[in-house]
Design a protein around this ligand. Structure first.
Ligand code: HEC
Length: 113
């Protein structure tokens, strides 16, 4: 029973890690031109700042469909282009962004209804 738990934990971490790695590749190919991860800046906010202040769900949602959250986020309707990626790629890149600041859970703003 104990071994079984360890196996589950191992599979879970490997699986999550894979998403973060895949998300990093998605970022480099599709977001890095506008969003830095080393605080260099660009057209959009650095993803460390995004990681501090947004939930993973909101990150995936905004990336997938910027129009759906622009009011809550305080941007103009066409601030960011809608990118032609798959749902899985948006989820992966949100995992990656979320992983940048893992110890700042309490700073995240929740989405207002
Ligand atoms: C053509 C430039 C451009 C590209 C490419 C781009 N973005 Fe953006 N993004 C913006 C701009 C501009 C904003 C809104 C203004 C700002 O962040 O300062 C924004 C905002 C965001 C926000 C909200 C930031 C916040 O916390 O308020 C998220 C999340 C985001 N982008 C994710 C992504 C992801 C994920 C990708 C790649 C899949 C991506 N963006 C690609 C320009 C871009």
């Amino acid at each position: 029973m104990k071994k079984f738990g360890i196996l589950i934990a191992l599979i879970a971490t490997t699986y999550l890690q894979a998403d973060v790695e895949a998300g990093k590749a998605v970022h480099q190919a599709n977001c890095a031109t506008c969003h830095s991860t080393d605080m260099r800046g660009g057209l959009g906010r650095d993803f460390n700042l995004v990681s501090y202040t947004r939930t993973k769900k909101d990150i995936a949602q905004y990336a997938k469909d910027p129009y759906s959250l622009y009011k809550e986020f305080g941007y103009s309707a066409n601030a960011m282009p809608t990118l032609p990626l798959t749902d899985k790629e948006f989820e992966d890149v949100a995992d990656y962004i979320d992983s940048l600041q893992p110890f700042k859970e309490w700073m995240k703003k929740t989405k207002k209804k």
